[in-house]
Design a protein around this ligand. Sequence first.
Ligand SMILES: *[C@@H]1O[C@H](CO)[C@@H](O)[C@H](O)[C@H]1NC(C)=O
Ligand SMILES: *[C@@H]1O[C@H](CO)[C@@H](O)[C@H](O)[C@H]1NC(C)=O
Ligand SMILES: *[C@@H]1O[C@H](CO)[C@@H](O)[C@H](O)[C@H]1NC(C)=O
Ligand SMILES: *[C@@H]1O[C@H](CO)[C@@H](O)[C@H](O)[C@H]1NC(C)=O
Ligand SMILES: *[C@@H]1O[C@H](CO)[C@@H](O)[C@H](O)[C@H]1NC(C)=O
Ligand SMILES: *[C@@H]1O[C@H](CO)[C@@H](O)[C@H](O)[C@H]1NC(C)=O
Length: 562
Amino acid sequence: MNLRWLWMLFAVALWPGWAAALSTPCQLKETQYGSVCVCNSSYCDYLEQPELQDDNQIVVISSSKNGLRFTRSEGSFLDKNILEVKDHQWIDNNFVADAVVVEQNKVWLQFANVPQRFAINVNIKTVQLTVQREKRYQKITNFGGAFTGSVSHILQQLPKALQDHVYRSYFHADGIAYNSIRMSIGGSDFDLLPWAYNQLPRNDPTLSNFTSLDPRDLQKIEQLKRLKAVAKLSNLKIMAAAWSAPPWMKSNNRWTGYGQLKAEYYQAWADYHLKFLELMQSKNMTVWAISTGNEPLNGVIGFFFVHFMSMGWTPWQQAIWLNDYLGPTIRKSKQSQVLIFGNDDQRYTYPSWFRKMRTSRSTALDYLDGLAVHWYWDEIFGPHCIDRAHAEMPDKLLLNTESCIGDKPWQTHGPELGSWGRGESYMRAYIQDLLHHFNGWLDWNLVLDERGGPNYVHNYVDAPVIVNTTSRTEFYKQPIYYAIGHFSKFLPEESVRIEAITNETESFPQLSVVGFQRPDGSVALIVYNGENLPVNVALNDSQRGAFSLRLPARSWHTVVYK
Ligand SMILES: *[C@@H]1O[C@H](CO)[C@@H](O)[C@H](O)[C@H]1NC(C)=O
Ligand SMILES: *[C@@H]1O[C@H](CO)[C@@H](O)[C@H](O)[C@H]1NC(C)=O
Ligand SMILES: *[C@@H]1O[C@H](CO)[C@@H](O)[C@H](O)[C@H]1NC(C)=O
Ligand SMILES: *[C@@H]1O[C@H](CO)[C@@H](O)[C@H](O)[C@H]1NC(C)=O
Ligand SMILES: *[C@@H]1O[C@H](CO)[C@@H](O)[C@H](O)[C@H]1NC(C)=O
Ligand SMILES: *[C@@H]1O[C@H](CO)[C@@H](O)[C@H](O)[C@H]1NC(C)=O
C-alpha cells in the first residue's frame, strides 16, 4: 500500500473544510419580481471552480430566468452531438410551460398535464460564435463591490456564521471570487450620518485631530480581516475615495450643495488622503488605489438632484489640485505605490473631462494610473466616449467603480427582489464595458436591507444581495449577483480578453458574447441569450475546433474549456 495515498485519505477524512468545498445548489425561492437564492447560517449555495480533466472537455455554467443558478453541464469537443443546457420550465408573460422542446429546429412547448405539444411558430436560430485566441486585448485587474458604512452596519447585526456566508459568497473561489472592495474615506450617502476625519477642530490645516482611524473604519477593518480569512484571499485590492472634505474646508461650509474645496486647503486635502493611507497601512490594510474624489460634478451641477455628501470640482481646478498637491504628496511619500484614478464620475464626462484637465495643467494626467467611471447613464450614453478616452490614454487602467439600479425617477427606489430584468441590465453592461477596454468593475453596496438602505438621505437602491434585517437569519442572492458572478468568478486577475464574435447583425442580436483566456491558458466565454427563445450556438475555436450548444431562453452562461 502506498503510504502517501493512505495519508491523503486520512487527511481528507479529518479535514473539516473538505465538505465545505463541495458545491451546494441554490435554495430557490419565488419572490414578487422573480426568484432569489436563500442563504441562512447553516446553508448557502456554492460552486467549486470547474477543473478541466482534458483538452477536449467543455464545462458550461448556466443561470436562467426560469431558475438555473450556476448549474453545471458538460460536454466534449470529440462529441458531435449538440450539448443542450436544460432549463426547469419556460415562462412567458402569459403562461408557464413545463419544458421547451426543440425538434427539427422547431420550438415546442410541453405542459405536464397535456399530452400534445404546442408549437411556437418559429425556427430556432443558429448563431456562429468564432473564437480567435490570437487576437488579444486588455487584461483583467479586479472585480468587487463597495464596503460602505451601510454594508458594515448591516453585517455587524448578523450572526457570525451568516456574516461568513456573505464573505464566502462574494470573495471565496467557491463564491463569485471578488478580489476587490471600494470604500469611502470618511462617509458616503450609504452611511448612517455624513462624516469626515478632522471635522473638529475647524480651520485646522495641520489635521491635528486626524491621528487614528474612526471607530467605523476600525469596525470595517475587523470585518475585512475576517473576510480575507474566510475567503482565503491574501491580496484584497482596496480602492478608496472621498465623498466630501469636512465642511470647514469647503466654500459653502456644508456637506452637500454647490460647494468646492477652498484653495487654501488644497495641501491639507492632499495630506488628508495620505494620512488615511498611512493609518490603513498601520493596520495591515494596504490600500491599492485611490481616486481624486467621488462624482466631482455633484457639487458643481448635480446638486439639484444630489442631496448627499459631495464636493464639487471642475476639471480645471482638479487638475491643479492633482498636479500641484495630491500627485506630488503621494508620489514623494512611502505610499508612492498607491494607484491614482481620475474622474470617478459618469460616462458622459468622457473624454472632455480629461481634455479640460490638460488645458489647466499639461502634466496633471501623468499622475493618473487609471480612469474610473460610474455606470448610471450608460443606457443613454454609448461606449464611444470611453473609446475616445482610451484612445487618448491607452496605458491607463479603466475601471467601472460604481453601479446599482434604482437611482432613476422611473425606477423602483430599492430592491425588486428576484428581478431577472435587473440582472440582465448588469449582464449587458458588463459585456459592453469589457468589449470597450475595461479592466474590471466595482459594484456598489455588497449588501443592503429590504428597503435598499440604510441611507441617510433615503436614496434607496438595489443590491446583488439583500439581507433580511427583520429576522437577521437569512439573506437573498438576487439574479444581479449571478450576473456579476458569471464574470468575476471565472475571470481571475491577468485574464486577457480575446476575440469572440458572432455572425449576427449588429442591430438586434439574440446573443452577446465576450471571451477571455485565463492565466492557466483555458478559455472562458460569457454568453448571454436575451430572447424568450432558446438558441443554438455553433462555436468554433481557432485552436480547439468546433462544438455545438443549445442555450435556453433568457439565460446567461460561462463556457469554459482548455
Ligand atoms: C437553512 O436552510 C436550509 C436549506 O434551505 C434548511 O434546510 C434549514 O432548515 C434552514 N435553517 C434554518 C435554521 O432555518
Ligand atoms: C477630535 O475629534 C473628535 C471626534 O472625532 C471630537 O470629539 C474632539 O472634540 C476633537 N478634538 C478637538 C480638539 O477638536
Ligand atoms: C501587521 O502584520 C505584521 C506582519 O505580519 C505583524 O507583525 C503586525 O502585528 C501586524 N499589525 C497589525 C496591526 O495587525
Ligand atoms: C424576513 O423574515 C421575516 C421573518 O421570518 C419574514 O416574515 C419576511 O417575509 C422575510 N423577508 C423577506 C424579504 O423575505
Ligand atoms: C450565422 O450562421 C448560422 C449557421 O451557419 C446561419 O444559419 C445564420 O443564417 C448566420 N446568420 C447570419 C446573420 O448570417
Ligand atoms: C472552424 O474555423 C476554421 C478556421 O479557423 C475552419 O477551417 C473550419 O472549417 C471551421 N469549422 C467549422 C465546423 O465551421
